[in-house]
Design a protein around this ligand. Structure first.
Ligand code: HEM
Length: 479
């Protein structure tokens, strides 16, 4: 491409916008994802939207999204605002760090995400998931399943983060889980705000956020202090807290409590809402197609190990269950876009993009590619079972629910295991039906994309397991 054919940002197509506010006001704040994807189908592979004075360049061409993801950390970083918002909330860690510091943190974290470590954690994940199933069994009708899923995921992630089960499902630390959820949704609010108004004026929500952050810091600091005294330099590291406590920074000094806290909390936050809401969406879609749900239950009944032990290998025996997770992430990816910026001037799809411009990558742009996904608006897990090797490769380009390149989500394997085990344990015992009084289940952006009004009944299918109590209604097991 010759320099004369390279266009400026001003040449990019854009939606009809207000002269002052730009696109702000064109959508409800929790509908940012819906707005960007709708504009992508109108405006194409690359376009711009303006939020007050700030232009965003949005990329929706899957191959270009992949190329940019792979050009980190040398060419792109997460937007500057991400780092400053995380830092002022005291959450700075592997997600918000850049450059050498990111590399350092990421290397410290990588060992606990290795398949060998997740394999070792599997019995713990299974045990906590069975506790979740028992808690579901004890609920009357109209269960807020999303809230229980979040507790489940905090409990599993706390094992990974500090080697300790917070047991929020049994209400031991339920308040902490509530504070984490509140912090998570406020990260979304602050990182997408065009003006950091809270630095000048604090709303009631900002004051509540300060309280949640203070309580969370105190609670996690207690874990850090206790473990500091227990840990010996010869111990092997099986969780992030131990890894950080035993490691030395590039100057040979121990990491400060702030660094340790930031990274441990990053993990708790990253591991909770993403997987919990992905599971919430899967249950929603299965509640909308009961014959399909029954097929998944039949698969689970046929392959659940006789000794009750779910192993790494036995999880391969549930392809339809796994396909339901993949299809759910295609239909409603909980991380549907990333905000990056180029470190120096870049040419993207024939346009000159100056350093520091916000570039929004739509991670799921290929979800409606009708060649690969016929009837794309329908939830059809079976489509994933019949893919050829070539189609699998293509789907990994069209969809990037876990991001990509060097910063690919380290929790991907863990999350997929958590999703499978949770569906297996839940649907083995229960049929999930929507019971929210006919309200629409909306898709809302609160840093993760999550369903609203997801209230369900869990209808017992057969004899109870573990400590389960009979649930509200009892139906025969599927044939
Ligand atoms: C369905 C579940 C999940 C989804 C959809 C998801 C998605 C993502 C995405 C899109 C990113 C950004 C990747 C990039 O910049 O290219 C990310 C980063 C990250 N995720 Fe996940 N994630 C999930 C579960 C988890 C879990 C279970 C954990 C850990 C317990 C986790 C920990 C992290 C961390 C630490 C990062 C930052 C990585 C870095 O910047 O180097 N995630 N995730």
């Amino acid at each position: 491409m010759t320099p004369t054919t390279i266009k400026k940002i001003s040449a990019l197509p854009s939606p009809k916008e207000h002269w002052l506010k730009g696109s702000l006001g064109n959508f409800q704040p929790e509908q940012l994802h819906t707005y960007l994807y709708a504009k992508a189908s109108e405006l194409g592979d690359i376009f711009k939207v303006r939020m007050l004075t700030k232009p965003l360049v949005v990329i929706s061409q899957p191959a270009t999204v992949q190329t940019i993801l792979k050009q980190r950390p040398s060419h792109y970083r997460r937007v500057n605002q991400m780092e400053s918002v995380f830092k002022e909330m005291g959450l700075h860690g592997v997600f918000s760090a850049e450059g050498k510091q990111w590399k350092e943190y990421r290397q410290l974290m990588n060992p606990v995400f290795k398949p060998s470590h997740i394999k070792r954690m599997l019995p713990t994940i299974h045990k906590i998931t069975q506790r979740f199933r028992d808690v579901v069994a004890q609920q009357p009708e109209q269960i807020d399943i999303q809230a229980l899923l979040k507790k489940l995921l905090v409990d599993i992630t706390s094992e990974l983060a500090f080697g300790y089960d917070l047991n929020t499902l049994a209400n031991d630390n339920a308040d902490l889980q509530g504070h984490l959820s509140f912090i998570f949704s406020n990260i979304g609010r602050r990182t997408k705000s065009p003006i950091p108004y809270w630095r000048y004026f604090k709303s009631a929500q900002d004051k509540q956020l300060e309280k949640s952050l203070a309580i969370t810091r105190t609670e996690i600091q207690n874990f850090i202090n206790t473990r500091k005294h227990e840990l010996k330099s010869t111990d092997t590291t099986n969780n992030i807290l131990d890894a950080l406590l035993l490691a030395k920074d590039p100057d040979g000094q121990p990491y400060s409590d702030d660094v340790i806290y930031g990274n441990v909390l990053t993990l708790l936050l990253a591991g909770e809402d993403t997987t919990a809401n992905t599971l919430a969406w899967t249950l929603y879609f299965l509640s909308q197609d009961l014959p399909l749900q029954e097929k998944v239950q039949n698969e689970i009944a046929a392959h659940y190990p006789a000794d009750g032990k779910l192993t790494w290998e036995s999880l391969d025996n549930f392809p339809l269950t796994f396909a339901a997770c993949q299809e759910s992430m295609r239909m409603q990816p909980t991380a549907s876009f990333l905000f990056l910026e180029p470190l120096s001037d870049e040419i993207i799809l024939g346009h000159h993009i100056p350093a520091g411009t916000t570039v929004v990558l739509l991670l799921n742009s290929g979800a409606h590619n009708t060649e690969l996904f016929p009837n794309p608006e329908k939830f059809i897990p079976e489509r994933w079972l019949n893919f050829t090797a070539e189609q699998k490769k293509q789907s990994a380009i069209e969809l990037a629910p876990f991001g990509g390149g060097a910063r690919l989500c380290p929790g991907m394997q863990l999350s997929l295991i958590e999703q499978k085990i949770t569906l297996i344990e839940l649907l083995r015992d229960f049929k999930i039906e929507l019971n929210n009084g006919g309200k629409p289940v909306n898709s809302c952006y609160r840093f993760a994309v999550m369903p609203d009004n997801l209230i369900v009944d869990a209808i017992k299918q057969k004899a109870t397991y573990g400590t389960s109590q009979p649930a509200a209604k009892v139906e025969a097991a599927p044939a």
